[in-house]
Every structure is written in C-alpha cells, then in structure tokens.
Design a protein around this ligand. Sequence first.
Ligand code: ADP
Ligand code: MG
Ligand code: MG
Length: 475
Amino acid sequence: MSVKREDVLKDENLIKNIEEIAKDAALLHGVLMRTKETPNSPEVVSYAPFTLFPTPVPKALFYQALAVQTHFNRLVDRVSQNAAFLEETLASTIKVDSFTARLFNIYKQVQQENHPQSIVVGLNRSDYMLDHSPDGGTSLKQIEINTIAASFGGLASRTADVHRHILKVANLPEECKHVVDNNPAAGLARGLAKAWELYGSERAVVMFLVENVQRNIYDHRYVENELWKRNIPVIRRQFEDVFRTGSLDESRRLFVDGHEVAIVYFRNGYMPQNYTSEQSWEARLMMERSLAVKCPDISTHLAGTKKVQQELARPGVLERFFPDEPETVAQIQATFAGLYTLDMGEEGDKTVAMALANPDQYVLKPQREGGGNNIYGNEICQVLENLKNSSERTAYILMDKIQPVPVQNYLLRPGAPLKLSSCLSEVGAFGAYVRKGKDMVLNECVGHLLRTKSSEHADGGVAAGVAVLDNPLLV
Ligand code: ADP
Ligand code: MG
Ligand code: MG
C-alpha cells in the first residue's frame, strides 16, 4: 500500500534508510561533481547536491515556462541585433560598472569591423519562481535569463531517474509518473551541432572555453559526449591557452593549439573574476573578432544583462521587438515581475524612495552573474542611502521580490547533516536556437531545471553552494 508524502517526510527511520540509497542512486546515474579539494582530478568524485524528493509544481505553470521559451529565444536574438537599443539601454550602466563597460568595448570594437560570421548559436536558460499573491493565486514570474554559460543542462538530464528510484523505495510509486522526462544535454548539443554543420569544416572543433577550477565538469561532459557521438570533435581550453596558442588567419579563422575552431562555447567569462589578467581580455577579443561561431557572441552576452531585462519590462518596449505579434508580447509580458530603473532622474528617484519605504518587497541587483551578488532587506537601505544621489546607483536595477510558498524537503549535500528544511524552488527552461543571416534554422525549448534552496537563504545558485538540483513533480 502506498503512503503519503507528509508521512514519509516525518518518518525518521525511513529517511535515514533512503538517504544512503538516494546518494548511491545519484552516483550510479551520473549526477556527479568533483570535490572542492580536488576539482581538477577525476580520482575522487562525489554526488552533486540534490533534494531527497522532487518538489510539487503546478502543471500549467510548468508548461507555461516551456511554452514561452521559443519566444524568449527570439527576443534575446533580436535584442542582440539591435545596436541602438543595446547602446541606449547600457549607456548609464557602463559609466559606473567597469565589467559591463569592458564587455561593451569589445562589442563596439567588433561592430566597427563589419563581422564576417552570420551564424549565431544561442543556448540560454530562463529562470522563474512561482509568485504567491495575497489573494491566493500563483503565477510564473521570471527571475532572469542567462545567455552565457547557463549550466546544469547536463546533470539535469540524469536527475529524473534518481528521484523516480527514491520515490519507489519510499513507497510513493504513484508519484513516479509525475516526474517529467528531461534531456537538455541532447538539446543543447543539437544547437551546437547545427551551428558546427553550418560552419562547414569537418576538421574544425567545438571549443569549450572553461575555468581553471573544474568542479562542475561532468555537467559539461554530457554535452561534450553528445557532440562526440555525432563525430564532432571537442576540445576544452582556458582563456590563457587561447592567449598563448591562439591566432587568426587572413580570413579570420580561429586556430587554437593547431585546431581550427568552428564554435567557441563559453562556460566561463561571465564574471569579472573569470578574467584573471589582461591576457584573458585579449583572448576574449580575439575570439569575438574571429570567424568562429560564438555561443554566445558578445552582443547576446550583453542582451542577458539585468539592465536589459529591466528595460524590456518597460511599457511599449517588447512591442518594438515584436511589432506584429501581440500574442507573443502578451505571453512574454505575463512572466515579467515589476522591474525598476535606478537611472538618474525623476523615475530613478521614485525607485529609490519606493525601495527605502519597503525594502523587504524588493531585490536590488547589480550586473553580475553566478549567484550571491544581490542585495536584500535592510542592506538595500544601507546601499541606497549611500548611493541615492550618486550615479553609482545606476550600476543596479530594482526588482519586485517574488514570494513563493515554501515546501518541506531534505537537501542532500556532501558532508552536510540531513535535516528537514523549508525550501523555495526556481524553475528554469533551457532554450536553444541557431540563426544564419536572417533565417532562424533552429528554435527550441530543450528541457528544464528545478533548483531548490533552504528559505533561510535569500540568494540562490548551485555553484554558489546554496541551491541544489531538484525535479518538478507535476501536480
Ligand atoms: P544570478 O545571475 O546571480 O543567478 P539572479 O537574478 O538569478 O542572479 O539572482 C540570484 C538568486 O537570487 C536567484 O536564484 C533567486 O534565488 C534570488 N532572487 C533573484 N531575484 C529574485 C526576486 N525577484 N525575488 C526573489 N528572489 C530572487
Ligand atoms: Mg544569472
Ligand atoms: Mg540566476
């Protein structure tokens, strides 16, 4: 006879018993990470942190996130091609944020060169939380869209089987059917493979541009191995390798270590610390100037900034990108939370006053990625009191804080004791698209990700050590 989830969560003996089974299942199914101590060696590996049970997610909201993804793919792609929009939107930000400014300088430099490569491949992940309004309704609200180095598509392809196994052992077999199949690794690889074919050289490689600390390498390997299955050669290199051994020939083909590079897939380069020296920046510029297809190119990278997200939420802006598609505009807009400018002027002043009056209702966000950078609660007041009359405030945007309903679960993390936690989840939809000139030759939603964190933490991120991998249990 099958039992109830609430009873299972409270049954300490059962939980203790399935803890080990769960961790072994993660290892057996390849939900792996290298250890903090030896991130660059495969001799000792562990399981990637995950929840003991999948988390209930309303079916309609889950499918809404998947359905709107092809529209987001087109939106990002259109923003990336609109130089006037990018320039206007980022003008205030780049005056005070030196990282975004450096990216923008590269963008300007390549733009002036009349770029020879018309193939673009975008692999992104749009993240959402389920906002619970006081009137009892729940709606899907976008947190952000990641247009560079969006991760966990590999490991997420393996977690569903782990949770199905746990549910059986926990005597909840009925729930297995509500854990959705998922294979973003194959879909992300499909995008890269399509772009590689269009590049049109059998010898040319796909180069994963990676960090020197490679804890999350197995997440990459799933995508890499999908490419090798198609006989597409893959190499992994760092900025430093590109700087040392990279060059452009007379037609600006990129060669690294003697390999012609068809695609540069950035799994690094999204935060300031990734550029360890001037040489990293020079390497980025060389890749951007080259004929290699970039995933993403510099303009698509900039299209994923939080400042752009805020500008897109302004009334009438989406309509400029989809002038003949009111349905598309409505579907995208429905997922937007309140986003507010901090630019100098009346509108920005209003934002400051609003945030200072009710800091707990907002999140203050700088132009940063990777988790752990946002500002919440009282700290918002401290920061804005300091910056309210300075243009430094334009490095940030303000966003409505999404309020999901907490769900009880256990978080499994190497070395951490097991305890029942009140948890919040974030749903991601993976997008893949390829454009050649004016033609979208591929545009798909290729899978999903659920990440869950203890509600004690305001910010998230699996790599940041806060969130863990999860699966939606459709209800
Ligand atoms: P990053 O690019 O660093 O991942 P995010 O915008 O995704 O930046 O913010 C990091 C984390 O902060 C999210 O994973 C989420 O947990 C939390 N967060 C961000 N925005 C909001 C919001 N508007 N409401 C509630 N939580 C948020
Ligand atoms: Mg991000
Ligand atoms: Mg995020």
